[in-house]
Structures are given as C-alpha cells and as structure tokens.
Design a protein around this ligand. Structure first.
Ligand code: NAP
Ligand code: GDD
Length: 331
C-alpha cells in the first residue's frame, strides 16, 4: 500500500514541489488549502491536469492553521504516515506589520498540528519548516545546527518557537519530529514579493519594454540562495531516517542582493544601475545582514547535496520569467 503524506502549505512554492516529488515516489498526497476569494491553487493545478502524474492520488482539504478543530478532524480521518508542515505567514517584512497574526499562524500553528497529532492518537513522522531567519544577528559564520539563535523579526521569533516545540514533542512524546533549517531557496514558483523573484520578474519586464524601474530596499544583505526543487528532497530524506534530528540545508555560498541584481540584469545584457531605485518602504526595522549555511551534516547523514548554485539559479529564474511574459497564456 502506498504511503500517505499530509502537506500544510501545499499551495506555496515548497508545497508544490514537494507534492510533485511525493506523487512521483508513489505517495497518496493530501494538502490543506485555505478558502480564498480567488483561485489559490495555481502552483499545483498541473498536478490535476496530467492524469499520468496525478491519477487519484492528490486530495485537497479546506482548513487553516488557526483552526484546531479542522486539523484534529483531518488527522483522525486521514491518519497520515508523514506530515510536512510548511504552512506559514512566511514573509519577513510583512511580519513587522502583522506580528500577532504571524506569531499565531507561523508559531502557534505548529503547536496546533502537534497537538492534533496527539489528540488523534496518530504517530506520523513530522517535518517542521524551520528557517535560517532564526539565526538572525548571526553568532557565527557559517551557521550550523549548533549555532545559537538570535531572531530579528516577528517571523524569526515565531519560527524559533516552532523549532523548540518540535524538539520538545520529540523529547516529551518520542515523536519522529524533525527540523529542517532551510536557508533561502528560490525558483520560478517563488512568491513575487520575495526579492529574487521580484528582481527576475522586473528584469524580464524591463527587457521586454513593459517596465522601466524597479524599487528595492537594502541591497547589502547577503543570503545563501539555493534551488527550492532540490531542497524539498532534503525534507523527504529527513523523514526516511530511523531517528529524528535537525539539519541545516544550504549551499554554503553567500551573495548580496546587489550581486543578485548584477547577475540577473547581466543575463539580459542590461545595466542594473540604470533601472533600480531605492524605496525605504522595503527596508526592515531590523535586518538580517549575513546568512551562510554549512550543510555538511545533511551531506554526511542524508546524502543530500545542492547541485544548482547561484549563477545557474539566477539564469533559470530570469529565463522562466522571460518565457512567461512572452507567453502570458502559460501563466
Ligand atoms: P510560501 O510560498 O509563502 O507558502 C506558504 C504556504 O502556507 C501557502 O500554501 C499558504 O497558503 C500557506 N498558509 C499561509 N497561511 C496559512 C494559514 N493560516 N493556514 C493554512 N495555510 C496557510 O512559502 P514557501 O517559500 O513555500 O515556504 C514553505 C515553508 O518553509 C514556510 O513555512 C516558510 O516559512 C519556510 N521557509 C521558507 C524558506 C524559503 O526560502 N522559501 C526558507 C526557510 C523556511 P496560500 O497559498 O493560501 O497563501
Ligand atoms: N522582499 C524584499 N523586497 N526584500 C528586499 C527588497 C524588496 O524590495 N529589497 C531588498 N530586500 C532584501 C531584504 O531586506 C532581505 O535582506 C533580502 O532582500 C531577502 O529578502 P526576502 O527575499 O524577502 O527573503 P528573507 O531572507 O527576508 O526571507 C526568506 O528567507 C527566509 C530564510 O532565511 C523567506 O522565504 C522566509 O520565509 C525564510 O524563512
């Protein structure tokens, strides 16, 4: 019988790649989606459309990380073998505008799932989408599984809370509960308000004469950017281990937002300085200046290694946005 996985945040960037990956592995995949006034399944619609990929193995259920009862009911009914908890208010800048909501969904949302597991009396393997944002004002370079946390945003604080809850449920109840401490990972499916995608979309639009200027905040911040499609495989590998644990998933390289800009504009033969303007509204009250991860534990234990590095990632995203803008019907 095929394994059953439940994915929160299935409509997001990572959820869509993970659902694709799990279906290809033969899983029956269940996802929680939110009711919205517009369609919000754009990233997973292709999984319905291709009967060879999909069959009847992808099921979507309405629910919300703020609604415990729906989570408990779902777990009673499904009794999944694995839970990938990816749902969150995931935007760092926005978390300063809605800190209470972010704490509730990104932080307490994890408790709701973990308690629903206990309430339903199930024993799934559990993955928590932890984040390099927890390292914040970094205590050491590069960051590893033992680097202390110093979050710099309400989002980062909520993720630290969820991280420790996951560790606690492992220690207190013997749950196979794992933290993937993922550094920034991007793709053509990245949300349009995160900096990489904002840049690659703008580069494509400027190249095609559809846009003049791009407004950005801090260009000096440095991030360890990898490819989302590869990162979801690390999530799965964590849940295939005999023992639960915590892992840093990163490329081991760091680049500034300015370098990302240079590379993206370079891909289409344009000079970024002619198009980029500063707008203070994109700056954060407190910033994370430098992130760079050491993924050697993931390589040693999981056999996981990133293949797509910085320049390939930028090129892949710019090419995809050019293609999409040239063929809007594919959007
Ligand atoms: P994303 O694209 O923003 O997706 C977030 C998902 O959470 C969406 O499916 C969203 O649903 C869902 N969601 C939001 N609020 C919810 C609620 N109240 N109830 C139920 N679902 C809700 O994020 P991502 O980039 O795929 O990241 C996946 C996870 O990894 C997140 O937890 C994120 O914080 C974490 N993470 C991401 C990175 C990264 O670089 N991408 C790095 C480290 C950790 P809608 O589609 O309806 O909005
Ligand atoms: N979003 C955005 N928009 N960021 C900008 C802009 C802009 O116009 N201009 C400069 N930046 C800078 C931000 O200040 C930050 O230093 C950097 O670009 C990256 O911003 P984001 O792409 O929004 O990502 P993030 O690093 O804050 O958060 C992402 O990565 C985390 C992992 O470290 C998100 O995916 C989080 O959910 C994730 O946990």
């Amino acid at each position: 019988m095929s394994k059953k996985a439940l994915v929160t945040g299935i409509t997001g960037q990572d959820g869509s790649y993970l659902a694709e990956f799990l279906l290809a592995q033969g899983y029956e995949v269940h996802g929680i989606i939110r009711r919205a006034s517009t369609f919000n399944t754009g990233r997973i619609d292709h999984l319905y459309q291709d009967p060879h990929v999909m069959g009847v193995r992808l099921f979507l259920h309405y629910g919300d990380l703020g609604d415990s009862v729906s989570l408990v009911k779902l777990l009673y009914e499904l009794r999944p073998d694995e839970i990938y908890h990816l749902g969150a208010q995931s935007h760092v800048r926005v978390s300063f505008d809605i800190p209470e909501y972010t704490s509730d969904i990104t932080g307490v949302g994890t408790v709701r799932i973990l308690e629903a597991i206990r309430e339903a009396g199930v024993r799934p393997k559990f993955y928590q989408a932890s984040s390099s944002e927890m390292f914040g004002k970094v205590a050491e370079v590069p960051q590893t599984e033992t680097t202390p946390f110093h979050p710099r945003s309400p989002y980062g604080c909520a993720k630290v809370f969820a991280y420790w809850l996951t560790v606690n449920y492992r220690e207190a109840y013997g749950l196979h509960a794992n933290n993937g401490i993922l550094f920034n990972h991007e793709s053509p499916r990245r949300g349009e308000t995160f900096v990489t995608r904002k840049i690659t979309r703008a580069v494509a639009a400027i190249k095609l004469g559809m846009q003049e200027k791009l407004y950005l905040g801090n260009l000096d911040a440095r991030r360890d950017w990898g490819y989302a499609k590869e990162y979801v495989e690390a999530m799965w590998l964590m849940l295939q281990q005999d023992k639960p644990d915590d892992y840093v998933i990163a490329t081991g390289e760091t680049h500034s937002v300015r370098e990302f800009l240079e590379e993206a504009f370079h891909c289409v033969g344009l000079d970024w300085q002619k198009h980029v303007m500063h707008d203070i509204k994109y700056e954060r009250p407190s910033e994370v200046d430098l992130l760079i991860g050491n993924p050697s534990k993931a390589k040693r234990v999981l056999g996981w290694e990133p293949k797509i590095k910085f320049k390939d990632l930028v090129r892949l995203m710019v090419d995809s946005d050019l293609e999409t803008l040239k063929n809007p019907e594919k959007r």
